[in-house]
Design a protein around this ligand. Structure first.
Ligand code: PEP
Length: 251
């Protein structure tokens, strides 16, 4: 049985004061929700404080990106080892905004996945199709390329540190959610790809989150699907009460 996993991607939002308040409020609201894993991904500059504030709670703290080198002349980049050093548990990689706004390729994402795992971080690897790709019936092809590209040369053993987030790009921040059936179909396909390319055991343990306008109102039905093991939440994770309500609705 896979434990539900709800992660909040804060993107480029919050101030110091807001970030601190959000972690503190969330800590209280989810204190007795042991049946679900909770995580937040604040901007880099608030990670250290978030780790400190989330201490002694079940809330994991992670980053929204990292680089694929450990150190050196890479102005503006952050190494996975640095994330580990400040106490991060995980990093989100391959988010659609990194792919489509910042031009990241599957090759670059794969280098980052390997480096993050080597540094001891868990990884949430995001995959998902654009609206035009869905309309052209290319969803499976796009998801397969992104999934297998991002996981190239990753061992079955390392897959225990990986969560997949299926995030149809047309549903991110748009208020449009994939229907539970649409999402379940892609999640089942991803699980089949994991079974075919790793093992049935890997397919059974890896959690697959859904992301794309998840709210307290749609969380229950989405996470009631057999292959949806949680959510990667953007907008609704910026308010502690709505983020906690998503987790409550899911259990
Ligand atoms: C996301 O950023 O990963 C996301 C799913 O955003 P939203 O929930 O706002 O659609």
């Amino acid at each position: 049985m896979r434990k539900l996993y709800i992660a909040g991607n804060w993107k480029m939002n919050t101030t110091t004061t807001e970030a601190e308040a959000l972690v503190k409020e969330l800590k209280v609201l989810v204190a007795d929700m042991t049946e679900v894993d909770m995580a937040v991904a604040p901007p880099f500059v608030y990670l250290h404080k978030a780790v400190y504030l989330a201490k002694d709670s079940q809330i994991k703290v992670g980053a929204q990106n990292c680089y694929f080198e450990s150190k050196g002349a890479f102005t503006g980049e952050i190494a996975p080892e640095m994330l580990k050093d400040v106490g991060c548990d995980f990093v989100i990689l391959g988010h659609s905004e990194r792919r489509h706004v910042l031009g990241e390729t599957d090759e670059v994402i794969n280098l980052k996945v390997k480096k993050a795992l080597a540094a001891g971080l868990e990884v949430i690897l995001c995959v998902g199709e654009l609206l035009e790709e869905r309309e052209a019936e290319q969803t499976e092809e796009v998801v397969k390329t992104q999934l297998l590209g991002g996981l190239k040369e990753i061992s079955a053993e390392n897959m225990a540190q990986i969560t997949i987030a299926y995030e149809p790009v047309w549903a991110i921040g748009t208020g449009k959610t994939a229907s539970p059936d649409q999402a379940q179909d892609v999640h089942a396909y991803i699980r089949k790809l994991l079974a075919d390319n790793f093992s049935v055991d890997v397919a059974n343990i890896v959690r697959i989150q859904y992301g794309g306008s998840v709210k307290p109102e749609n969380a229950k039905e989405l996470m009631g699907q057999p292959d949806i093991d949680g959510a990667l939440v953007g907008g609704a994770s910026l308010k502690a009460d709505s983020f906690a309500a998503i987790a409550k609705a899911a259990v």
